[in-house]
Design a protein around this ligand. Structure first.
Ligand code: BGC
Length: 762
């Protein structure tokens, strides 16, 4: 197979040899290689490179392509990339068709959504973000890349970096939360983890795709695919930062979003995809649409199918995912003079460059080594890393009277639908893997206690009410069937509870309740589970709530009545063991929230970095101030919040100077002491407020953080460097500037609990 490929491309052999080296090759070589290639391609073949076709493995929703015609289209040179083919052998065979049965022998890109692990599943991205551990997040991306690349894939639709501030929106589970700075750091870590440093240096590095560009997380009313409309100042200062960070980290591709931006659908928005992305940020990879989104433009009512395809190409879209807009319309558009051949060539070049950078022209089977799956998938080290990151992602929301950690003795009642379930451990993008491979919480706890304690399980209730409703049926599909009524299940659970020393209540959302197209108007723990929890608390036995969720939930009652709450998100394939580690204190929880958790749904969108307003409410309630009659403005749990089994004391901020001259920097130092009895990690957070500025600015913005490990009694000094860059923002004219004047510096354990000090920028 290889031989045929090599002889046919003999004209390119010398150039192609060096195409294997990832970033090491020079661009003149790549440019010449691709120019030669393009000069030999027909118009149809060039348009073919701009088409991403879908298979059926690991598909979350509907597919457009007729599966019986997929290979036919590849053979006809009408496909440049493939989404959703799973398995090295399968990918190899499809690649073989592209290489041996097409005229130009151009390899395909193979992409998939495996956003938080491939077969070893890490916590959902929103959960991993709560670890604030950039090295561990980067490593999780590297491991996902190692496993997926062993299985034939060379491209991932991650990181998802949309800023999300509305807990109703289900896709909050896929991102890093509400903060631009933290989101940017995580974006960089993930891109580097997937692509490697230098990028694509070997066959364990794959191409990342940052999404969804742009502003998708600002979907109005928390509904998916809803209206997004905001000022440019807000885009540049808040929502753009993580996408830009991914570009700075060298991300190879960008996925446009389903929403509109200033009245123009993102997929067809030239300002967004060319002026901002390429001209202002210097992005040099390719842009892919989101699923069938060229076709969706018709429903926006701004164009027909033909026009949508033309607009999208002209805007800077290079690869059409499943709309068939480019393959169906571009030839005609060229004949009519609505586009130029050069515009097609530019998009085609970008796709070919990606393949070249990945080394696919040198070896189209670079990612199809049949020996690798066995060797590289679900390795022990991978599972250990997933367990560790899961442990770091958990957020201890409450721990009255140090009820946690539990002792490994006595009788433990494990109660709730999540306690004995596998698929729901994984989270919204878990389905590319084998959903039934995760251990259950029950197995995790039993493994941890051995014969020192007994762990008994009762389901307690059905996961949701109204089980006949179609929506609830789909949400519960991954819970094993149990025909008993809630009354029967409760009776069994209460009996077990009364016979036990402690209750571990495993409750919350199912993984299907967050992610794409999973918006909720009620973000409580589902009703039957909440009822169960009330009954368990009423027994008077100590209750620990192990909370599963892909979004902030409204848990005011729980926060007031349940003694201990450990939030575990959807913790991944090794989550059960990580939960046991945390519950028994083998791991001390250190995660901190990356979103503000509301007291009530009426407060959303809620986020800590709100801009200053003309009539702020200092304390509830003040008439003619910005607030609610019936609730304070405070979140239930603020951004950056999370407890530990130990306690940390923060010293005062020590500033190296109170004056900072432009171009210079200051150091803010704080001594942190572990004042408790066990070792633990603490995430110190640095916030800054620009006190007077030419446009309204946030009350505070995260500008740095550090996670340190302290033994009991130990003190460490944390130093934050404050340079002029940290003080810059986009002003009214969108110039990136710092403005002289006073700044408030804040350091603390979360966004609401900080010490502050002022300095002046001269
Ligand atoms: C989602 C993307 C995803 C794509 C391909 C879309 O529906 O919005 O996040 O990458 O499908 O699966």
């Amino acid at each position: 197979m290889r031989r045929i490929f090599a002889s046919i491309l003999s004209a390119f052999v010398i150039l192609a040899v060096s195409a294997n080296d990832g970033e090491k090759k020079t661009s003149p070589q790549m440019d010449k290689f691709i120019s030669d290639l393009i000069s030999k391609m027909t118009l149809e073949e060039k348009i073919g490179q701009l088409h991403l076709i879908s298979g059926t493995d690991a598909v979350s929703g509907e597919t457009v392509s007729n599966q019986s015609k997929v290979l036919q289209q590849i053979k006809a040179g009408k496909v440049g990339a493939f989404i959703n083919a799973k398995g090295a052998a399968k990918v190899r065979e499809i690649q073989r068709v592209a290489i041996e049965e097409t005229r130009m022998k151009i390899p395909l890109l193979f992409g998939m959504d495996f956003a938080h692990g491939y077969e070893t599943i890490f916590p959902i991205s929103y959960g991993s973000a709560a670890s604030w551990n950039m090295e561990a997040i980067k490593e999780s991306a590297h491991i996902a890349a190692v496993e997926a690349s062993a299985d034939g894939l060379n491209w991932i639709y991650s990181p998802m970096v949309d800023i999300t501030r509305d807990a109703r929106w289900g896709r909050i589970a896929e991102g890093a939360g509400e903060d631009p700075y933290l989101g940017g750091q995580i974006a960089k870590a993930l891109v580097k983890g997937y692509q490697g440093e230098p990028a694509y240096a070997n066959n364990t590095n794959i191409m990342a795709c940052v999404k969804h560009f742009g502003l998708y997380g600002a979907s109005e009313a928390g509904r998916d695919y809803s209206v997004v409309d905001m000022s440019k100042v807000r885009m540049y200062n808040e929502y753009f930062e993580p996408y830009k960070a991914a570009v700075e980290a060298g991300v190879g591709s960008v996925m446009s979003s389903f929403n509109e931006v200033e009245g123009i659908p993102a997929t067809a928005n030239k300002w967004l995809l060319t002026d901002v992305l390429r001209n202002q940020w210097g992005f040099d990879g390719f842009v892919v649409t989101d699923y069938a989104s060229i076709g969706d433009i018709i429903r926006f009512g701004v164009s027909d199918y033909y026009g949508a395809s033309v607009m999208s190409l002209k805007a800077g879209t290079d690869l059409d995912m499943e709309s068939y807009g480019f393959t169906n319309n571009l030839k005609n558009a060229l004949e009519k003079g609505d586009i130029t051949e050069n515009e097609i060539n530019i998009a085609c070049r970008r796709i070919l460059e990606a393949k070249y950078k990945l080394g696919l022209f040198s070896d189209p089977y670079k990612y199809c080594d049949p020996k690798r799956p066995e060797k590289d998938i679900k390795k022990k080290e991978h599972r250990e890393a997933a367990r560790k990151l899961a442990g770091e992602s958990f957020v201890l929301l409450k721990n009255d009277k140090n009820i946690l950690p539990l002792k490994k003795n006595g009788k433990i009642a494990l109660i709730g639908p999540h306690g004995n379930n596998r698929p729901n451990m994984l989270g919204s993008w878990g389905w590319p893997s084998n959903l039934n491979m995760a251990s259950t919480v029950m197995e995790g706890l039993k493994d941890a206690v051995g014969d020192k304690a007994t762990v008994s399980y009762a389901r307690g209730c059905q996961p949701y009410g109204n089980m006949e409703h179609e929506v609830w049926l789909s949400l519960t599909k991954d819970f094993e069937k149990d025909g008993r009524s809630n009354t029967e299940l409760l009776a069994e659970a209460l009996k077990l509870a009364k016979e036990s020393d402690v209750i571990v209540a495993t409750l919350g959302e199912s993984s299907e309740m967050s992610g794409e197209s999973s918006s909720r108007s009620d973000i409580n723990i589902p009703a039957p589970q909440k009822e169960l929890l009330k009954e368990l608390v009423a027994t008077g036995k100590p209750v620990v709530l192990v909370l599963f969720t892909g979004r902030p939930l409204t848990i005011k009652w729980e926060s007031e009545n349940v003694p201990a709450i450990l939030n575990v998100w959807f913790p991944g394939s090794e989550g059960a063991y990580a939960i046991a580690d945390a519950l028994f204190g083998d791991v001390n929880p250190s995660g901190k929230l990356t979103s503000s958790w509301p007291q009530d749904i009426g407060q959303v969108p809620i986020y800590y970095n709100i801009k200053k307003v003309s009539k702020p409410m200092d304390k509830w309630f003040q008439k003619f101030r910005s607030g609610y009659l019936d609730i304070s403005n405070e979140p239930l749990y603020p951004f950056g919040y999370g407890l530990s089994y130990t306690t940390f004391e923060y010293g005062d901020i020590i500033l190296s100077d109170t004056i900072m001259n432009k171009g210079k920097s200051l150091t803010a130092s704080v001594d942190i002491t572990n004042t408790g009895k066990v070792a633990g990690s603490e995430i110190e957070q640095l916030y800054i407020q620009d006190m007077v500025s030419s446009i309204t600015r946030p009350v505070k913005e995260l500008k740095g953080f550090e996670k340190i490990y302290l033994k009991a009694g130990e003190t460490k000094r944390v130093n934050f460097t404050i340079n002029e860059d940290l003080l810059k923002f986009y002003n009214y004219n969108l110039d990136y500037v710092s403005e002289p004047g006073d700044f408030q510096i804040m350091v603390g354990r979360n966004s609401s609990d900080v010490k502050n000090l002022k300095f002046t920028l001269k």
